[in-house]
Design a protein around this ligand. Structure first.
Ligand SMILES: [Zn+2]
Length: 409
């Protein structure tokens, strides 16, 4: 091998190594300690209490709109100020109890804050859907044997049973939201738990997970096992939705726009469900003590390599991010860990010798063949193997220097 080539190779290997290091350092300290999940509980409301809940939602909504109007006029978001001006009016005009009057003010302020953060300007929110925000231990509680919620309403407290099957309610409760959808009542309760976080020192299995299009995901574990999650069905279904969308866009009537929106929502729901299944399989098929290594797709490089048009990048990256979130929270529950690694070169680097070169990979034939050591494999595995290897390097940083020393001759 010519010396010039050799030194060029060494430099590339060096950059690759530094990236691994930088990420290892960040994620060592960036471990979550608590986890909040929203439990969506279906309530079993006795017939006699349904109207009470509906009335409460109506009144609450009207009060929210009243506060919203005041804030929009004055542009004042101080809780103390709004309380001083509107509290008594809310109570007398809407007949709300003191705690609920407070909750109304907090709900509207929170909504304005969200709008100002996201839209950067004053937009007046209107509260259309029937709902009530309930503060834990003030507007709702779970007394005694925890089989019934005690909920504050415009007519005092009522007891509401709920369907508890398959629901885990261990943890600290946050502000819940009572909603009514299609005639059924639900209580969305944020439950925060302290998680016994898996420390890097206790990792016993490392799994590299590469997210792609031909395969939804490919994983490679410490036992050398590769698992593919087939993406063909997903690709087909996506194409189907794309066709539908294109047809409707051409029509361009108000009703076709409505259908377009509905189809978009259906597609998102379905994609979320696919991600749920993939993340479930990954966390269940791997033992406690597993560390998953995924690509950090904040950098666009890896994604643009695979995805050409801008629109497609947006939809795909949304789905990736969703999978990442689902994998992360399922892993935490399972005493597993998810870390992210820089995706640069994951599909061009040799997982055996570290040699990085674009021509290592033959995209058309889906074949990876290392120009340096000759190692060859299906190219969908390679990124997963490299992520696995980067994970090992995070756990044992000293191993890196030795492994990546370019070979002479
Ligand atoms: Zn090699």
């Amino acid at each position: 091998m010519a010396p010039r080539q050799s030194s060029g190779m060494s430099q590339e290997a060096h950059t690759f190594r530094e990236r691994v290091f930088a990420f290892a350092f960040v994620f060592w300290y960036n471990i979550l300690m608590e986890q909040t999940l929203t439990a969506k509980l279906k309530l079993d409301v006795p017939a006699c209490d349904r109207q009470i809940l509906l009335d409460t939602m109506d009144v609450y909504r009207a009060a929210c709109n009243c506060v919203s109007e005041y804030i929009f006029k004055t542009r004042i978001l101080s809780r103390v100020h709004i309380h001083d001006v509107l509290y008594h009016e809310i109570r007398s005009r809407f007949g709300l109890r003191s705690q609920m009057a407070e909750s109304v003010i907090l709900t509207v302020i929170a909504r304005y804050r969200t709008i100002l953060t996201n839209q950067k300007r004053w937009i007046r929110p209107s509260f259309k859907k029937p709902q009530v925000d309930l503060v834990w231990n003030r507007d709702y509680s779970l007394p005694g044997d925890r089989s019934l919620f005690s909920v504050n309403t415009v007519r005092g407290r009522i007891r509401v049973p709920f369907f508890a099957k398959g629901v885990c309610l261990d943890g600290r409760f946050g502000t819940a939201r009572l909603v009514c959808r299609h005639g059924k009542f639900f209580l969305h309760v944020p439950v925060t738990k302290d998680i016994d976080v898996l420390r890097m020192d206790d990792v016993t299995n490392v799994v590299g997970v590469d997210r792609g299009i031909r395969f939804l995901a490919a994983s490679y574990d410490s036992g050398g096992k590769t698992t593919f999650f087939d993406g063909a069905a997903v690709k087909q279904r996506r194409a189907h939705y794309k066709d539908l969308r294109r047809q409707l866009q051409q029509v361009g009537t108000p009703s076709s726009r409505r259908r377009l929106k509905a189809i978009g929502q259906r597609e998102n729901r379905w994609m979320r469900d696919v991600n749920h299944q993939v993340s479930k399989a990954l966390t269940e098929q791997n033992p406690e003590g597993t560390m998953f290594v995924i690509e950090d797709l904040k950098g666009v490089r890896a994604a643009t390599e695979r995805v050409r048009t801008r629109a497609r990048y947006v939809s795909v990256s949304w789905a990736y991010y969703d999978l990442e979130q689902k994998l992360t929270y399922k892993a935490l529950k399972n005493r597993q860990l998810v870390v992210k690694a820089d995706p640069a070169y994951t599909s061009q680097s040799c997982p055996k010798c570290g040699h990085t070169e674009r021509t290592n990979r033959d995209k058309r034939r889906h074949l990876f063949c290392c120009r340096c050591c000759g190692y060859s494999s299906n190219d969908d595995r390679i990124a997963a193997m490299n992520l696995h290897r980067m994970g090992i390097d995070m756990l044992v940083p000293d191993a890196v220097a030795e492994e990546y020393t370019p070979q002479q001759g």
